[in-house]
Ligand binder design. Sequence first.
Ligand code: FAD
Length: 385
Amino acid sequence: MSYIVYDFAIIGAGAAGLHLAQAMLEDEWFEDKKILILERDDKATDDRTWSYWEKGVGKWDDLIAKRWDTGLFNTNRKSINLHLAPYHYKMLHSIDFYQYAKKRILNSKNQAWVKEEVKSVVPGTIVKIHGSKGIYQAKQVFDSRIDGDFKTARDKYFRVIQHFKGWVIETKDPVFDPDTFVMMDYRIKWKNNTSFTYILPTSPYSAMVEFTLFNLELIDDHEYDELLRKYINEILKIKDYTVVKTEYGIIPMSNYPFHRSNKEGITKIGTAGSWVKPSSGYAFKNIEKMAGKVVENLKHNRSPSKGLLTPRFRFYDTLYLDVFSNDNASGEFVFETMFTKNSIQQIFKFLDEETSFSEELKIMIGFDPRPFLNALLYNISGVRF
Ligand SMILES: Cc1cc2nc3c(=O)[nH]c(=O)nc-3n(C[C@H](O)[C@H](O)[C@H](O)COP(=O)(O)OP(=O)(O)OC[C@H]3O[C@@H](n4cnc5c(N)ncnc54)[C@H](O)[C@@H]3O)c2cc1C
């Protein structure tokens, strides 16, 4: 048992744990606070390609691998050019973020990094953390482990999954436009599900091509491969290419109230704290924002999770999840309408939860009302019409 009582302990040095640790390092209020980071992994692999949009200059610009100012949204019916200004779409390799953040933590005076698998956490005024190697104590714990009930509980919450496989491919011929990324291309789909290809080109000869589904079931590995091959051959018309890297991921898109697992002295963070935007699965930028809010709450002696989630936007997310769960085939049309009737700036603003109610109403009115009306009635009355 470690006899030190840390002011704060962070379990998990992934996106959320590291964003929070960095935000604490950058604020002098935390200079005299003892902070412990417990992570089971070395964080030495490039396991995620994080992309996000933001206006102008951002906090991680020195680490990003690529930035785009234009994008494309494609279906069989239309192709929409996305001119992002004043936003940029940025790509960051997780390894660059892990290494940068870990180095800063190791060089700091008040943050300690311990390689440890946490087994359980006991709430209280002093929280006890039981790891495989020892027991640690802290006044406040931030925990990025996902609540075990999420997978097993039978309840009213939607559990859509965003799952994807991406290949970084290299070609002999210059086939990609490195200035334009593809946000969604619905020309190849899995069955009739909400599924699309996403492309991040880094040069005329190289791109990450990723097949993504927003649905309720995982597919076999060889099915992603077939879909990727089909897209590369039939849509991109590339015959000669080499796969140099593969990425696979699953992101829960759910209105499950992860944050309700917060207990005395324990605040759930990241995916485990409902910090992933349920309707899109985008999380990186959201996590940065949430980490900033937690820091402000701590400085002002408020509950760390105060004001992190906005009920109005949680409700909109629930409507989208209802549509993906009960009328999955309409996903393509929902996105096509969204990209046709709204500027990309307005879509980003909405997804960033920065729109006003009247702007949201305008976005909602633009949709084919049927799936959303059904979802709305169900989520108000509990009866499916
Ligand atoms: C492949 C992939 C690509 C993604 N791409 C994007 C993207 O482009 N844009 C975007 O916005 N979002 C993206 N996401 C979604 C989201 O940004 C990530 O899932 C993000 O990493 C979530 O952060 P987190 O801290 O909650 O979880 P993680 O980053 O997974 O961190 C959790 C950490 O906790 C550690 N841990 C878990 N259990 C224990 C334990 N018992 N003891 C000690 N340590 C433990 C893990 O080792 C891990 O380091 C992607 C997700 C995946 C999987």
